[in-house]
Design a protein around this ligand. Structure first.
Ligand SMILES: [Zn+2]
Ligand SMILES: [Zn+2]
Length: 360
């Protein structure tokens, strides 16, 4: 097991807040190779992150969630996909609404970073002034599916209004450093925020590693995974013998402590004769990932970060963190002191309540 080498402190950190920017629900059959019986629907909250570098007086947003006028503005191909997947899409207060309510002017946002081009991440950049640049991953502008945007290009899956009158910048990884296997660039050039090339889910997918203190980071992973069961448990973060706080549904299970054995009994890894304490419950599937092999490589690279007590990995759609994290305008910056990672790590197991019913 190789140990993770995190980047050296250069004297700067960022503040990070998480915003809840929409919600979708999709059948798990679309997402995982083999869904666990009873885990039929996946709740997909869409997270956006406000990142602030106070020393440089710079603010960036990582992803924007869903746009409010998606029914009217999204390309027909995307609306058809939403319909055929029987996905439910909801958005009440978008990122811009939430920033305004907290008295953060939209012109103070220097950059919007899209982890990738899917509609549950792209939001509506057209609400932001032209001074806000839009950053995307490599290959975005050469891809007919993303440039030019709809409706100029009827085959596009993103809308042109995101780019009009605004700087569209592809992150340049040509001089990248190696960060835990990911090619990485130092966004503010002060070691406070790294953009990581984490392609596979889409060819242009990027993630971000935000330094919240001298030795602590939040890895904003985007769609490297869609559920923590795709990367937990692992060799780097094995299932503990006793799980606290208990992820069991208190209404139907009255045992005070929660032994991991009840989850080991329903792990698909058992059928493959793999170690159930260190093999993730789920595997990525081809339908959710443009390039499944590279998606698996990115996921494997993320696992040591997830196993490090210095890094809090947050994927864009981790519903199990809804009850654990304080949302914007509160801050996630002191996540380690507040114990959010420890409290949230195994909460996703509650999705398997139906499957374990017979054992508990
Ligand atoms: Zn996606
Ligand atoms: Zn997504």
């Amino acid at each position: 097991m190789t140990s993770l080498k995190l980047p050296q402190f250069k004297g700067s950190t960022v503040e990070v807040s998480i915003l809840h920017a929409g919600q979708t629900t999709v059948p798990t059959a679309y997402v995982f190779e083999t869904p666990i019986p009873g885990h039929d629907l996946l709740d997909i909250p869409c997270y956006s992150f406000l990142i602030e570098n106070k020393k440089k007086s710079q603010r960036v947003l990582f992803d924007l969630g869903i746009r409010k006028d998606w029914r009217e503005k999204l390309p027909p191909t995307i609306l058809d996909q939403i319909k055929s997947a029987k996905a439910v899409v909801e958005i009440e207060h978008d990122v811009a609404d939430q920033l305004r309510k907290a008295n953060i002017p939209l012109h103070s946002i220097n950059s919007i970073i899209w982890s990738h081009h899917h509609m549950d991440h792209t939001g509506d950049p057209s609400i932001f002034p032209p001074s806000t640049e839009l950053l995307v991953g490599p290959g975005f502008q050469l891809d007919k599916a993303t440039t030019p945007g709809y409706p100029d290009n009827m085959d596009a899956v993103v809308t042109n209004d995101a780019f009009i009158g605004r700087n569209l910048v592809e992150v340049d990884f040509s001089g990248a450093i190696d960060l835990g296997g990911f090619p990485a660039v130092d966004f503010f050039q002060d070691g406070s925020l790294y953009l990581l090339r984490s392609n596979g889910h889409t060819h242009n997918h990027i993630s971000a590693l935000a330094r919240t203190s001298e030795n602590h980071f939040i890895l904003l992973a985007g769609d490297v995974a869609h559920h923590p069961g795709e990367y937990r448990p692992s060799d780097h973060l094995p299932l503990p013998t006793e799980i606290t706080p208990s992820p069991l549904d208190r209404a139907t299970h009255t045992v005070p402590a929660c032994p991991s054995s009840i989850f080991e009994a329903i792990s698909p890894a058992r059928l493959k004769s793999k170690n159930v304490k260190s093999t993730p419950f789920y595997e990525l599937n081809a339908a959710m990932n443009e390039d499944l092999e590279n998606a698996k490589v990115s996921l494997e690279r993320m696992i040591p970060f997830d196993g490090s007590e210095n890094v809090f990995v947050i994927i864009a759609h981790d519903a199990s963190l809804l009850d654990v994290l304080p949302f914007f305008p509160e801050s996630l910056t002191d996540w380690e002191v507040k114990g959010y990672k420890v409290a949230g790590t195994w909460q996703f197991l509650k999705d398997f309540n139906a499957a374990i019913g017979q054992f508990a």
